[in-house]
Write a new protein. Structure first.
Length: 136
């Protein structure tokens, strides 16, 4: 299978509030708009915030209607965690978990979108295996 592109689909309780949060508060650039939704650039991927209500998976017996973000999270790598945290705080975003170095070596800070969906801001420090080319 060859994957050419990807996007995360979010169906919030209040579309207008969530659209403003991602566009204005986080400052994500719009990739495209369509009736009932907007797609934001999200680094090398996309985030679609849609007014649509239900998504059926598999044979249709498993269905997720509306916004229920339990267990969902967006993992956003930033260049500078201290700068990103200062920026979201200036914009009134509540930090749900203060910045810290995790046992796996990444610097993380957690915030949440208007539906309570976790957003993990991540800085990969120099020397971390994710950032280091270990090939010989």
């Amino acid at each position: 299978m060859e994957i050419l592109s990807s996007r995360i689909l979010v169906r919030p309780h209040d579309w207008e509030v969530s659209q403003r949060f991602y566009a204005e508060t986080l400052g994500l650039a719009v990739a495209r708009e369509f009736p009932g939704g907007v797609v934001f650039f999200l680094g090398t991927g996309y985030l679609e915030v849609s007014k649509s209500g239900a998504v059926a998976t598999g044979d249709g017996e498993t269905e997720r209607s509306g916004a229920r973000p339990e267990g969902d999270a967006l993992w956003l790598q930033v260049r500078s965690l201290p700068d990103a945290v200062a920026e979201v705080r200036e914009r009134g975003v509540r930090v749900t978990r203060e910045p810290r170095r995790e046992p796996w070596g990444l610097d993380e800070c957690w915030i949440a979108d208007p539906d309570g969906r976790a957003i993990v801001l991540v800085e990969i420090p120099p020397g971390h295996p994710i950032r280091t080319d270990l090939r010989e």
